[in-house]
Design a protein around this ligand. Structure first.
Ligand code: PLP
Length: 431
């Protein structure tokens, strides 16, 4: 048995893989990866793949990045973990100060968890509790956009609108209020719906939760910053808090450090995860304002935010995040990505112009294309075809996207485009 086959068999016997119908692995087994370097992942037999989706949108500066790896190793030798209730440490303080300095507005209080969904949960609970502490107990509902994705725990799923993840659990979910997505021609309608909701039911709504500028999991659906500006103003007018879920968009993915910057707005809660550690360790964070923080600051314990996770503020993860911020500052990553993205647009031009491609779009370091005339099960077939072409791609519906680590070079990006062309050519155009 080859080393790959052995690991696959043991994985299928012992591991329940995420977001997967396990039976599908009978025809498309999981790909065993033994090492990663830069944008490349390598299996036990030396076959290499370009990571075109940054391993679920987390990797920024390459697999095995030596600087981040060294920071982690150094921190592991000094202090691997200490509970954050009643204790503190240098990496969590440094990271909190640095994130706050980078965030739009004045978001000076950082609360930590380990994954994106937990960050959403924290922001939802804090928003509700904020109003409860102020005696506004009717404010217990949330508004979210159609097509929004904020994670898959029961609370965050209740403000997520992606049918395949949500529908089966619908009986478990609290009903909140969905709002139209501001697609280009729909923006005025979407804003009118938000305004009307806040006018009629603003007294029941604690917060609007939103992915700024692009909805990732529902197919890289991009929208205009003008919507965010107006939404911010409407929230202020109706005393509704704004939760910006920058779990995917943060850390330069949309071309600015945070997507909110492009709208010139500051949210009340900024949820971060994914790229925060450059894809090395699970870490998430919710940054919030003095106004929110002050509503919890009291002699009475129950008015505090009594939420915790065992690994909250883990020192090794925080050190990894500080190393990521060092790289951003030293290498002027945001500016460098702008130049890179412009070059990549030219490389992607044959794909954008392909007869089976519609709605080619880009925001920052995200390229997306809809394929016309796709067969049923397109996404799985396209993933398999991409693997044959040496690329890790995971289309969503009929949308193919590239969200590579920022260290990708022209030739490697060309490899993704070739895989995209194979997908468009072989799997698109079904009448
Ligand atoms: C915008 C957004 N919010 C929340 C999440 C959930 O993050 P996690 O998968 O770490 O729970 C994701 C994950 O894709 C996301 O894209």
């Amino acid at each position: 048995m080859s080393r790959n086959a052995d690991l696959i068999a043991r994985s299928l016997a012992s591991v329940w893989h995420p977001c997967t119908q396990m039976q599908h692995h009978e025809s498309a087994p999981p790909v065993p990866i033994v090492r990663g370097k830069g944008v490349w992942l390598e299996d036990a037999e030396g076959r290499r793949l370009i990571d075109g989706v940054s391993s679920w949108w987390v990797n920024l500066f390459g697999h095995g990045n030596p600087e981040i790896a060294e920071a982690i190793a150094d921190q592991a030798r000094r202090l691997e973990h200490v509970m954050l209730a009643g204790f503190t440490h240098q990496p969590v303080v440094a990271l909190s100060e640095r994130l706050s300095a980078l965030a739009p507005g004045k978001l000076g209080h950082a609360f930590y968890a380990s994954d994106g969904a937990s960050a959403t949960e924290i922001a939802l609970k804090m928003a509700f509790h904020y109003f409860a502490n102020r005696g506004q107990r009717a404010k217990r509902r949330f508004a979210y956009l159609q097509g929004g994705y904020h994670g898959e725990t029961v609370g965050s799923l209740a403000v997520t609108d992606v049918a395949i993840f949500r529908d089966v659990y619908a009986p478990l979910l609290t009903q909140h209020q969905s709002l139209p997505f501001p697609a280009r021609e729909q923006q005025a309608h979407a804003l009118a719906a938000l305004e009307s909701l806040l006018e009629s039911r603003g007294h029941e709504i604690a917060a609007l939760v939103i992915e700024p500028l692009v909805q990732g999991a529902s197919g890289m659906r991009m929208y205009d910053p003008g919507y965010l500006r107006r939404a911010r103003a409407l929230c202020d007018q109706h005393e509704v808090l704004l939760i910006a879920d920058e779990i995917m968009t943060g850390f330069g993915r949309t071309g600015t450090f945070f997507a909110c910057e492009q709208a010139g707005i500051a949210p009340d809660f900024l949820c971060l995860s994914k790229g925060i550690t450059g894809g090395f360790l699970p870490l998430s964070c919710v940054l919030t304002s003095d106004g929110v923080y002050d509503a919890f600051y009291d002699e009475r314990t129950v008015r505090g935010f009594l939420h915790s996770h065992s690994y909250t503020g883990n020192p090794i993860a925080c050190r990894a995040a500080c190393a990521v911020l060092d790289i951003f500052a030293r290498d002027h990553v945001i500016e460098a990505n702008r130049e890179k993205a412009a070059r990549f647009d030219a490389i992607a031009a044959p794909l954008a112009g392909h007869a089976h491609v519609r709605n080619a779009r880009r925001l920052g370091m995200i390229w997306a294309f809809d394929i016309a005339g796709t067969p049923p099960d397109f996404a799985r077939a396209a993933t398999a075809l991409a693997l044959e072409h040496g690329a890790l791609l995971r289309p969503i519906g009929s949308t193919v996207y590239f969200m590579p680590p920022y260290v990708i070079n022209d030739e490697e990006f060309g490899g993704l485009v070739k895989a995209g062309l194979a997908i468009a050519g072989r799997l698109g155009g079904t009448p």
